[in-house]
Design a protein around this ligand. Structure first.
Ligand code: FES
Ligand code: FES
Length: 158
């Protein structure tokens, strides 16, 4: 398209060269240009957390940030969590605890949970609730989500 900006997005360890319009969000670039549809478009305005990914290890609502700003950064999506054919421990905990119903919020919840645990904010139920509060679940499986995050956080401790 006219006026496109050439960028390289590093996603899940791989570089992708593409040309995007300056106003394209990271979420749309991931979903529509790179076919990485794990990050979901819920509200598209920063309110639901379904689009959560990691940028340089920190969680970001990808509907709120522009693709052109991600040059040189490391982006991780839910597709990049599994290693050597094994799900991430947080993904396993979500399955064990039945922490999803329709699944629309799940990849965002998982990406948030991974960051919350890494940042050391998963020490108690209240703490998990507070730090996960940017991720909404219309099916309201919150108790299961919190239980999954707690479990995964414990497992991680040495
Ligand atoms: Fe990004 Fe809802 S789609 S916060
Ligand atoms: Fe349906 Fe969370 S599982 S919105």
């Amino acid at each position: 398209a006219a006026g496109g900006v050439p960028i390289t997005l590093r996603v899940n360890g791989k570089p992708h060269a593409l040309t995007v319009e300056a106003r394209v969000t990271l979420l749309d670039a991931l979903r529509e240009r790179l076919d990485l549809t794990g990050a979901k478009k819920g509200c598209d305005r920063g309110e639901c957390g379904a689009c959560t990914v990691h940028v340089d290890g920190r969680r970001v609502k990808s509907c709120l940030t522009l693709a052109v700003m991600q040059e040189g950064r490391e982006i991780t999506t839910v597709e990049g969590l599994a290693r050597d054919g094994r799900l991430h421990p947080v993904q396993e905990a979500f399955i064990r605890h039945d922490a999803f119903q329709c699944g629309a919020c799940t990849s965002g919840q998982v990406m948030s949970a991974v960051a919350v645990i890494d940042e050391g904010h998963a020490g108690s139920v209240d703490e998990i609730r507070e730090w996960m509060s940017g991720n909404l679940c219309r099916c309201a499986v919150y108790p299961n989500i919190v239980a999954a995050v707690r479990d995964a956080a414990k497992e991680k401790r040495p």
